[in-house]
Design a protein around this ligand. Sequence first.
Ligand code: 5SP
Length: 238
Amino acid sequence: MSAGAGILETIARVRQEVCSLHAELTRYELVVWTAGNVSARVPGTDLMVIKPSGVAYQDLTPEQMIVTDLHGTPVRGTNVGAGGTVDWGNPPLSPSSDTAAHAYVYRHMPEVGGVVHTHSTYATAWAARGEAIPCVLTMMGDEFGGSIPVGPFALIGDDSIGHGIVETLKNSNSPAVLMQNHGPFTIGKDAKSAVKAAVMCEEVARTVHIARQLGDPLPIDQGHIDSLYARYQNVYGQ
Ligand SMILES: O=C(CO)[C@@H](O)[C@H](O)COP(=O)(O)O
């Protein structure tokens, strides 16, 4: 198989994956209309795949997923040396409004393989108040290793959001940040993990909100949070 065929197959696979993960955002009711976005790094390259801007979720197809470089500029091919140029094509669509933000995260967090943004109701309500979600559930210790932090207010369209995500998460176990007045952004080793973090973020935002209505949620000792996180990240599951 030529180097060109390898990258074409990889990009086709990532496009398929990113497209189908968008259906998880609607399945878990984390977005309405065209809000939100999912992206994935293309393994072994300096490329990422992200959804087009403002296209209805039910109309998204793998072929519409846009390949960009890690500055968010759409690119439709690469030179593979002796194998010549390979062209995977790109649709005549603008990439997501948050492309520069996702690209910034991939540039500055090499361990990240997927980024997700939603406007899920409860998490976004915490973001609107600019309040971190305290770690008062074992599920939070497991997935987030502590509280879910708030990132700064940032305008949409350039890499300001990405800068806020990276600065907030670089000293945190949490794969989720609540960007102030905006909503959650999540990261993961791959796009599926970032979607999982978005689902879990909404779930704990809702539960802790309800707990607050009933009284004062009980904090969990940091040592216990650390134990929960270590077990879930390293031992849990098959
Ligand atoms: O909040 C924002 C912009 O940050 C997004 O969630 C938009 O609502 C969806 O934008 P596209 O990905 O469709 O451009």
